[in-house]
Design a binder for this molecule. Sequence first.
Ligand SMILES: *Cc1c(COP(=O)(O)O)cnc(C)c1O
Length: 467
Amino acid sequence: MKKEKGKVSAIMREQALDKGLLEKAGRCAQDYLDSVLDRPVFPGEEDLEGLEEFRHDLPEEPGDPGEILDRLHRFGSPATVAQVGGRYFGFVNGGVVPASLAVKWLVDAWDQNAALYAMSPVVSVLEEVCEGWLVDLFGLPEGSAAGFVGGSATANLCGIAAGRDHLLAKCGWDASSKGLFGAPELKVVVGDGAHATVFKALSILGLGGERLVRVPTDGQGRLRPDGLPALDERTLLILQAGNVNSGAFDPFAEICPRAREAGAWVHIDGAFGLWAASSPRLRHLTAGMELADLWSVDAHKTLNAPYDSGIVLCRQREALTGALQVSGSYIAPSGHRDGMHYTLDMSRRARAVELWACLAALGRRGVAELVEDLHDKAVLFAHALAREGFHILNEVCFNQVLVSCGDPRLTERTLALVQGSGECWCGSAQWDGEFVMRVSVCSYRTTAEDIERSVRAFVRARKEARL
Ligand SMILES: *Cc1c(COP(=O)(O)O)cnc(C)c1O
């Protein structure tokens, strides 16, 4: 006799009561965290081959959750990048603060939709709390608004949209109803060192490409104030806290007062660098940035909050919510914070809760120490490499170090061997037309021993590359 197939929803209702499943997930996660400090930082050939396990057709029938979890841990975990360990220096990717990871598990069980207060009062309130804490921590104008988005790419898009609409509104042009065709021209000014996502946002928003006024940068990638065009009330100026390669900060104290006086609006892309403002020792890097109008920043970089967590901040709440407002007959104004009016998304996960946990766990002192520690470790890394004869090409003002072997081909071969060593991992960039290794110290897990060990890996790789 043919076996009766169970109704899938009935099967899942049973699974939802299974206490063993989440315990098993917890054991797998713990097992991963127990081994992550010892595993190769980038997976080896064999681990990558294991991924073939996942390349099969969609199953016709429901699978067992425990077996699915097992399969993922067995073949997926080894093919991860050991980013939560201490020797990952790739891109500007942060680790994960324990409190925020633990909280994320609970939040995942909640499965809240952060769009509206009516969908989740707790998320709405914690967004409000995070907004206040961040404005305080960064020293931004009181009452500044925050939107919680996936990352700085989106935060830049939201911020620049708000700036665009605000400037056009001041010219008597309502961009949301009239669009951009026939609108008064805005002057968009951006430094040559701006991040790729800024150019992407500008092009999506109809402001991009050849009509931009590009300002040259100095040897560190800082926008040169003497290269700025005349600023006026139709100017949107985009600055940067933390050049993605060198970590350098634009000279806000020199530029922002000028922009403000001229009536221009300023957006600062501070994806990882804005956090310098939270440290008494590093705050000088961001001096003057509080005079801007819009800021973007990532919690998943310097703060070591879990992915994905970006924030857009705006001096004028209405400018942000005006550009991102949504309405519909089924959405009643609540009198509370409805998070979707601050972001592109409507349905959205409750990422602000992990951010709240991160900030609560670190406190003001903890955030400052974390940021300072990343800087100190970057300086340590740079000094140790310099002692071994590597060239350090940037002033290590924050957490980024640009390294070369003095000869581009040797640098390239050395990097490939470092990346394949499993000992540590960093990426590359073009700096001043030269191929360089790009080290980002971005995790609280990194110790002085991790740096020593990584420097030894660099030295071995260079030696092998010379053969
Ligand atoms: C990382 C980064 C971005 C993009 O941020 P995501 O979080 O990856 O979207 C934008 N600007 C700068 C300066 C960055 O470092």
